[in-house]
Design a protein around this ligand. Sequence first.
Ligand SMILES: Cc1cc2nc3c(=O)[nH]c(=O)nc-3n(C[C@H](O)[C@H](O)[C@H](O)COP(=O)(O)OP(=O)(O)OC[C@H]3O[C@@H](n4cnc5c(N)ncnc54)[C@H](O)[C@@H]3O)c2cc1C
Length: 344
Amino acid sequence: MNKEYDFIITGQGLAGSLLAWFLLQAGKRVLVIDPQLENTCSRIAAGMIHPITGRRIVKSWNADVFIPFAKATYKDIEDKLAEKFFEDYPVFEIYHDIGHRNDWAGRSASEGMSEYVKDECDATSAPKGSKAPFGGRWVVNGGWLDTRRFLDTIQRYLQGKNSFHKGILNYEEVKFGKEFITWGEYKASKIIDCSGVNAISHPLFNHLPFKPCKGELLQIESDGLPKDCILHGNVKVIPLGGYQYICGATYDFNTIDEIPTQEGKEKLRAALEKIIAPAYRITGHFASIRPSTLDRRPLLKQHKDQPLLYIFNGLGSKGVMMGPWMASLLSAHLVYGEELDVGC
Ligand SMILES: Cc1cc2nc3c(=O)[nH]c(=O)nc-3n(C[C@H](O)[C@H](O)[C@H](O)COP(=O)(O)OP(=O)(O)OC[C@H]3O[C@@H](n4cnc5c(N)ncnc54)[C@H](O)[C@@H]3O)c2cc1C
């Protein structure tokens, strides 16, 4: 006798967790399959939502839509599951030099920036522990997701609903019928692949425009750094609680492995020492692969040859910010037949 579900989701990273949440809220029967590995992309992510992006100092793509929706989603999950994993930390952007300060001054005056970009500070009023000889500027309305705590919370919720199976789904074992798919003892109407970077090498998905990007992070301990804001220069320094901070990240499009390197560590230390003054101790060093795409847009697609198979992927370096909106779009499509249109 098969155990029946409406949806099977492969992978419980940010994508699979958020999709499962929306489908369960819509009253659907969901099974999430995940091997519970330690250093997955979502588990080691720095977890930041930053409304302003890149060297050009522009608003992140669709920030005005994605950010309020993401924050409302995380807060709703916190309330419903009586957990805390999201913080509204402001970001202190540290100017590299006078040119950088002038760029920020110019860009801050652009339309729509005033909601996010706030006061400038000189070196004397910068947050404690920061090194900001040219000053900096406050950016608000982003935040920080403690991704490990979020994933653990969702996993417990799924387990409580008999919606979690620890394991790896191998597509060679999946039987695709006209109306159902079956995998071992499980049967479902549809299957959604949320397997992150694993999808890249998969024969069913390797036609998609992935451009994976390795990232490394350091965890540090210091008693001289701020506990209620994020410092951001070429790296960000995010308070984790106690005297622990996460510091990252690197971007490497040429190496696709999850091995922390000495080179990555040195790059992070050099960037870190430009923006923080106090002594610190390295307490962790992590690496993983961002499931990025060529055009930096997420992938929400029905498989061209297998209509019961979908993919939700391509969250790249902005899974915390884009994940909730994209998951809700896909859920609305799967549950109510709404159109899937995310510009990819
Ligand atoms: C160093 C670094 C820093 C980052 N910092 C940020 C940040 O500050 N802000 C931000 O928004 N984003 C950040 N990101 C990006 C963010 O982590 C990703 O956007 C997001 O985690 C992608 O989530 P995902 O669910 O698609 O993939 P994943 O997290 O990789 O999840 C996929 C899951 O599927 C499972 N899986 C794979 N294959 C199978 C299978 N066959 N069967 C069952 N399960 C399977 C995996 O074990 C995993 O649990 C960072 C990433 C890195 C690497």
